[in-house]
Design a protein around this ligand. Sequence first.
Ligand code: GTP
Length: 597
Amino acid sequence: MKNIRNFCIIAHIDHGKSTLADRLLDYTGSVTEREKQDQLLDSMDLERERGITIKSHAIQMDYEYNGEKYVLNLIDTPGHVDFSYEVSRSIAACEGALLIVDAAQSIQAQTISNLYLALENDLEIIPVLNKIDLPSANPEEVTDDIVDLLGCDPDEVIHASGKTGLGIDNVLAAVIERIPAPKGSPNEPLQALIFDSVYNPFRGVETYFRVINGSIKKGQLIKFIATGKTYDADEVGTLKLKQLPKNEIKAGDVGYLITGIKDAREVKVGDTITDAKNPTRNAISGFEDVKPMVFAGIYPVDTEDYEELRASMEKLQLNDASLIFTPESSAALGFGFRCGFLGMLHMEIIQERLEREFDMTVITTVPNVSYHAYNKKNPDDVIVVNNPSDLPDPSTLDHVEEPYIKATIITKADFVGNVMSLCIDKRGMITNQTYLTPERVELNFDMPLAEIVFDFYDRLKTVSKGYASFDYHPIGMKTSKLVRVDILLNAQPVDALSALVHADNAQNIGKKMCEKLKELIPRQQFDIPIQAAIGAKIISRETIKALRKDVTAKCYGGDISRKRKLLEKQKKGKKRMRQVGNVEIPQQAFMAVLKLN
Ligand code: GTP
């Protein structure tokens, strides 16, 4: 055990985490060129295309240092705030972390939020100044920033380049010398932390774990504490680039487990694995059931595909336990599902997977957060509202709460004013402002999560000319003055377009919604009035003017290739349109409320 090191890499996005990890694998001879290619082919398409790590993985390296053999377990962490619970569990499985900072970009919001997570888990932090090969690198200044942040000695900051491989030997030496060996005892009852799982359609769910105490053996009857279920450990092993089956994984080490589980929901990240016959008395602390943060309706474009959509979602859920869904019906869209996601990225991933892997064409409605409503009569009973149209009659309600987050933003001093006005516009309350250097400022805000869902990133980018980084974590529910803005098309309410918004902004949002929908809904043979309403009160109105006859006539003339193009276009258009009453609504219209500027 004294020669094992468990560590992770934490960094702001694009500071070079994956590149550095690759260099570590190369340097320790853990991967051949051929294997590297295979590994790339194995990982999810989406992950590669987006260039970000969606799921965390672990990999074991063997390394000889000063004549001794070491086992280094690198536990990768997802790079997106949607998966922050998984990040926290991966961090909890380690004794140390490489904190990578881009020598040109310096400390950014995710650097800080991940650092705090690592410090909460008492990890040894090894600062790495990365990309020092860049001509724009600013090693002295950025080292000062790191020293200020960590209170460390400048000599402790390792200069490296994942691109050229410079400093990789020093990184490995620091991992061995500075990160403590795991504690724990192989003789105690088994206690292993699940930090990740991966669905494998052939072998069932692969569970990744870190053994804290005891050991886990092939054939052992084991138990997951949170779910209370028992399984036979059909296969255990270590995670090299490929899985390497072993008879036993002992305290301090990291490995994988296969039990034939076919449903991802049975394997919960953060759960404790123990021996079924001689269980530990203590579950590892920090387990939480992950809760979806963002909800949206998913409907088949063709109502006949409802059952197929259900089957697809069930299959998806088997390999992504964080997706939840319940059937719902909408007066406008018919039968579909209300789905819960970890965040907006997760929602996009599910939507894309439905299309790519299951060949479904779906309409997704405006995402919303989960609200808590309290009835006047029973103010102690919380009514969870995951769909704005489920909000009870406001006159019966005592109050409504919405989820809040703490936002960390790092920007240049020049943009502080802009960022502040944006955050205040988004109902944010500033809680802290720190000058990291004379040019760089960290700002903290408490803000409603709903405001982040609605076009926050884009606007932050605009107001800061791209010089702002942003991260957040949830801080609980707060009372808000919320009202529902309904949209009527052709005098018919379209429930799927309703949104819950703050009362003070309702008028403005209603007006902008009408304007936006006027842009997005194609003209038809008749006038279409668009109205926004709060209860029975109409707050705004626009009209989509009828098409003039000769316009269509002209379209259908012309040569054959143009006609074909037009038909193609229509076919594509149809894929993403829903007929509501006698109005055709395109997919973008359901997202209109997200793009109201
Ligand atoms: P993931 O979030 O896991 O995808 O990793 P990451 O975003 O932290 O960074 P990634 O390793 O994908 O690198 C981001 C970009 O920086 C890529 O274009 C890399 O080629 C580049 N890069 C990474 N390390 C270095 C370095 O040491 N020097 C230079 N010049 N570029 C680098």
